[in-house]
Design a protein around this ligand. Structure first.
Ligand code: APR
Length: 320
């Protein structure tokens, strides 16, 4: 069987990390596309030269030509600019929207059957615009946010409890902004929900609240530490988990920004919800029940996404 082809649009910090992980996990051959001449070629060659040491087989090609995307099974999009200290994800809107237009048109022309994962921020608005520009069916395009936000929450919880990250599950829904929704009722240690763990004395409500808040600001925490860019190891690992579920038809249940058509009371927007990812892309959108408080939190987050989508329509009349 021929190897799968994975196209990475954007060969910066996240793109390079993605390319390395694809090789280490032998998910397929890699095409790195970037407007910066030499960068995708250089990163591809560097990683290819690590393959004999690590013992993996994958071909790498760097390119400035969208035609090289032809036949891609998966496309992961990180093209655009990342945050600097003092910037919100929303500050990136105007610049990255133009990038989504170019990328969407490239995908439409050369690999319209690929499963596309968008990472570029502000995520929920960018994946929405990318779907419009590319014309991809809604089951073949998702945004990566929930896996990352949940992973951050899981890390904080595992550290607090002194248990393996493997046994901590977490559920972060809504938009990928500071009003995202970490749902404690649906987050567990080996199946025991967090509110029960508070009652059992594993942690206090105050500490749990602080971890929820740290999760919401998790991206900003990294930006402030790095000063010159935003997070890339955890975002790349998260997108790879999504790509792997598609390529291997694993049918994992992962929180992702998916196109909603009435689910959760939301229409024609991409918002973070649990989905099943399999060989057909988005196999299922999982609708969980909310308490009044959770519903209010989710609706607030959706309202933020809606204002970004409206801002996109203002900038790009073709999207309205
Ligand atoms: N087409 C292709 N590549 C582009 C384009 C374009 N039109 N515009 C910019 N790029 C490339 C840049 O040349 C750069 O190599 O996108 C790459 C982005 O890489 P970084 O600046 O290192 O950013 P990174 O940390 O990888 O984050 C990328 O993901 O999490 C989000 O907020 C983050 O939007 C940002 C994106």
């Amino acid at each position: 069987m021929a190897r799968k082809k994975i196209a990475l649009i954007g060969a910066g910090q996240i793109g390079g990390t993605l390319a390395h992980l694809v090789g280490l996990k032998e998910l397929g051959d890699v095409v790195l596309f970037d407007i910066a001449e030499g960068v995708p070629q250089g990163k591809g060659l560097d990683i290819a030269e690590s393959a004999p040491v690590d013992g993996f087989d994958a071909a790498y090609k760097g390119t400035q030509d969208y035609a090289d995307l032809a036949g891609a099974d998966v496309v992961i999009v990180t093209a655009g600019v990342p945050r600097k200290p003092g910037m919100s994800r929303d500050d990136l809107l105007g610049i990255n929207l133009k990038v989504m237009r170019a990328v969407g048109e490239g995908i439409k022309a050369h690999c319209p059957n690929a499963f596309v994962i968008c990472i570029t921020n502000p995520l929920d608005a960018m994946v929405w615009a990318l779907q419009k520009f590319s014309g991809l069916p809604a089951n073949k395009i998702v945004g990566m946010a929930g896996v990352l936000d949940s992973a951050r929450f899981r890390h904080f919880l595992a550290e607090e409890f002194g248990v393996s990250v493997e046994d901590v599950t977490a559920f972060v829904l809504g938009g990928h902004g500071d009003d995202m929704c970490p749902l404690v009722r649906y987050s567990t240690v080996a199946g025991i929900p967090l509110p029960d763990l508070v009652a059992m004395g594993w942690t206090t409500q105050e500490k749990l609240d602080a971890m929820v808040e740290r999760t919401r600001k998790g991206g900003g925490e990294i930006v402030n530490l790095l000063k010159t860019g935003s997070a890339y190891y955890a975002p790349a690992a998260s997108a790879i988990a999504m790509a792997e579920s598609y390529l291997k038809d694993k049918r994992r249940v992962l929180p992702c920004a998916a196109h909603l058509t009435g689910q959760y009371g939301v229409s024609d927007m991409f918002v973070g919800v649990p989905i099943v990812i399999g060989a057909n892309g988005v196999e299922k959108i999982v609708e969980v029940s909310f308490t009044q408080e959770e519903k209010a939190m989710f609706e607030k987050s959706v309202a933020s996404v809606k204002s970004l989508v409206e801002a996109c329509k203002g900038i790009e009349p073709a999207l309205a």
